[in-house]
Design a protein around this ligand. Structure first.
Ligand code: SF4
Length: 210
């Protein structure tokens, strides 16, 4: 199954770039411009433009970045753990926040958010690897989107399964949770993760990138 970017509105860590067969490295400001620049380059240099060009470019970009930012691909690719970095945290959390906004900011009660946060706080997947989230401004950035807190906030970091900041995820309703969770990462959740009952019916039809 070919890999697809989960969002073409978020610049990948590679930037919008692509190495052409003649050695030229194309760089663009956004996805649409990248495809147009590649087509133009090929036209000028008599390089064939494949009807699968966009898929080829997506697959190449996905081969360069964290699998959390793509869907599809082999289970081996998707199951491969990668280090959580500040960049992947920002991108994955942004995708989740966009999904939440697009579903009318569907949120659970503060009581339910607190229950979830208490589970995340002691979960082995609650990762501190992307250290110093607050000093990088990410906590205040999330607060700007959703000014809600739970008693466990000081112990919430990043979910290692998704790369999403837990201070954001614990407040989201079932719709945004489902639409921001690629089915490929479900196997990485802790067995008592609060998300699992919400994701039981996630399949190709509910995956947002399909
Ligand atoms: S696996 Fe579930 S419980 Fe654990 S940190 Fe991630 S979202 Fe929280």
């Amino acid at each position: 199954m070919p890999e697809h970017l989960r969002s073409k509105f978020i610049t990948p860590p590679t930037g919008w770039s692509y190495p052409e067969p003649d050695g030229t490295y194309i760089r663009a400001a956004h996805w649409g411009q990248l495809i147009e620049m590649i087509k133009q380059h090929r036209k000028v240099n008599n390089i064939p433009v494949s009807p699968e060009l966009e898929q080829e470019v997506e697959s190449w970009i996905c081969s360069q970045i964290s699998p959390e930012l793509c869907t599809g691909g082999s289970s081996a690719q998707q199951g491969k753990p990668r280090p959580v970095t500040v960049w992947t945290v920002t991108a994955a959390t942004k995708i989740a926040l966009y999904a939440w906004r697009n579903e009318n900011r569907m949120s659970v009660s503060l009581l339910e958010a607190g229950r979830r946060a208490a589970i995340c706080a002691v979960c082995s997947q609650n990762s501190t690897n992307a250290a110093c989230l607050s000093c990088r401004g990410l906590v205040s950035w999330v607060r700007g989107w959703m000014p809600r807190t739970t008693p466990s906030d000081s112990n919430l970091y990043v979910c290692n399964a998704t790369g999403i900041m837990n201070i954001a995820a614990v407040h989201m309703g079932q719709g945004p949770i489902r639409s921001s969770t690629p089915k490929e990462v479900i196997g990485r959740f802790a067995k008592d993760c609060w998300k699992l009952p919400l994701l039981e019916k996630v399949d190709a039809k509910t995956n947002p990138a399909k």
